[in-house]
Ligand binder design. Structure first.
Ligand code: F6R
Length: 247
């Protein structure tokens, strides 16, 4: 299903409330809420609202475990462009989540250790009973996580090569495309699919064309986001601009 909101702010508040409801429900049962998180511009206002719910309405993250979708490779956690730094700045530094509950792919691994790490990442998600919700943005290549064109529907967490367009879109953060890492560690399409709920968000005109392909186009590895059409648990949450090309 597709939900269209008048603005990014209203849509983001809805998504944050959905996440908060999962956290509260699990809390009442004495269980952990397992969240799959994304970086980039898209979820920033969701995190802002979660921080507000924590600070103003007492929402606790003590029972929350998080798994981020991806990290550049190689990448030091304290580098400005790392997704570790992003998540701290946007969310983790402002809430009461226990540090040991935070999981982000490790951009510092030696090449020979990457595969074992990826398998362990999958196992760790499973050990918590799987993701209760996975939030996603969409790249202009049609990637979800860093599952670029060519990714298989059953792919797991792995080392991938970033598409040229993805590196170009990231070039501002790195002061030039040549500084953007060529690789990343990402959850796979299959990993994402195992989440109990999937929410793909997209805002603004720049995403309208790829959103149309993702929602209405033929399912194909050329646009990995089209795989989401095969899920019964996905919601596309859009603002009017991102939805403007839909028929
Ligand atoms: C980020 C991620 C990516 C982004 C996508 C959109 O963790 O996995 O798929 O969601 O590149 O990026 P923004 O939100 O910056 O437009």
């Amino acid at each position: 299903p597709v939900s269209v909101y008048p603005s990014q702010d209203e849509a983001s508040i809805q998504v944050a409330q959905r996440i908060a409801a999962i956290i509260l429900d699990k809390q009442a049962k004495g269980e952990k809420a397992v969240l799959g998180l994304a970086t980039g511009a898209t979820p920033v206002k969701v995190y802002k609202e979660l921080v507000r719910l924590h600070k103003e309405e007492g929402l606790s993250f003590q029972n929350v475990v998080t798994f981020n979708l991806d990290e550049y490779y190689p990448m030091l956690p304290n580098a400005e462009q790392s997704y570790v730094a992003f998540m701290k700045k946007q969310l983790f530094d402002h809430i009461d989540i226990p540090e040991e509950n935070i999981n982000i792919p490790d951009g510092t691994l030696a090449p020979e250790d990457v595969q074992a790490f990826c398998i362990a990442y999958e196992q760790k998600i499973s050990s918590f009973g799987g993701l209760d919700i996975q939030i996603l943005g969409i790249g202009r290549t049609g990637h979800i996580g860093f599952n670029e064109p060519g990714s298989a529907p059953n792919s797991g967490t792995r080392l991938v090569t970033l598409d040229d367009l993805t590196r170009r879109d990231a070039s501002r953060d790195f002061g030039g495309k040549e500084n953007v890492p060529t690789k990343a560690i990402t959850m796979g399409v299959g990993t994402i699919f195992k989440a109990k709920e999937i929410v793909l968000m997209a805002w603004n005109e720049k995403k309208a064309e790829i959103v149309k392909k993702a929602v209405e186009g033929e399912i194909s590895s050329d646009i990995p986001a089209t795989y989401l059409q095969m899920s019964d648990n996905v919601e596309f949450v859009l603002d009017t601009d991102a939805a403007s090309a839909l028929t």
